[in-house]
Design a protein around this ligand. Structure first.
Ligand code: HEC
Length: 150
């Protein structure tokens, strides 16, 4: 029984790492380092967790905007993007911080949008996600691109 659990956790760990490598191309060495230090299982970083929440939230907004509704508030939590811990070596850097500001501004503009320009403002925001990712974390771009309203 014990052996089965170990094999299972090892394969889980391998699987998430694989995913991570595809997503940002910087996980492998982090994971190796981390696992050497603590011999623990991989867990998504604070920033990765926030990103996944943002992704899910945006899927909802996309549907709402298609129905003609405008999101009028945003989780304050998004502002923690500046300080959230990340495994990405560029997170917290100059480019990252500038893009974070641009992103926070783009969601503010979306929340002030009118019915006429909500779709445009929403797509502008998704483009900011993509722009930042092109520079420092290209892996999730195909996924993020699905958020665009065609
Ligand atoms: C300022 C730069 C920046 C912006 C803007 C940005 N991201 Fe990210 N994103 C990152 C970084 C850096 C990571 C890697 C985080 C980590 O693994 O620690 C990441 C990771 C992700 C991941 C992968 C999470 C995982 O590990 O499974 C997804 C999905 C994602 N972002 C979606 C989005 C979406 C959707 C938006 C826009 C709503 C967005 N991102 C905006 C920098 C950004």
């Amino acid at each position: 029984m014990g052996k089965i659990i170990i094999v299972f956790s090892l394969s889980l760990m391998f699987f998430s790492c694989q995913e991570k490598v595809n997503q940002c191309n910087n996980c492998a060495e982090e994971l190796v380092k981390e696992n050497k230090q603590k011999s623990v299982m991989y867990e998504p970083s604070e920033l990765a967790t926030l990103m996944l929440e943002m992704y899910a939230e945006n899927e909802n907004w996309k549907q709402e905007i298609l129905k003609g509704n405008i999101p009028n508030s945003f989780p304050e939590k998004y502002k923690t993007m500046h300080s959230a811990k990340s495994v990405n070596e560029n997170a917290g850097g100059e480019f990252y911080n500038a893009m974070t500001d641009t992103y926070l501004k783009s969601i503010e503009e979306l929340s002030n949008a009118s019915k006429e320009n909500a779709q445009e403002k929403y797509n502008n925001m998704v483009n900011v996600c993509i722009q930042c990712h092109q520079q420092i974390c290209p892996g999730p771009i195909p996924k993020i691109s699905k958020l665009v309203i065609q």
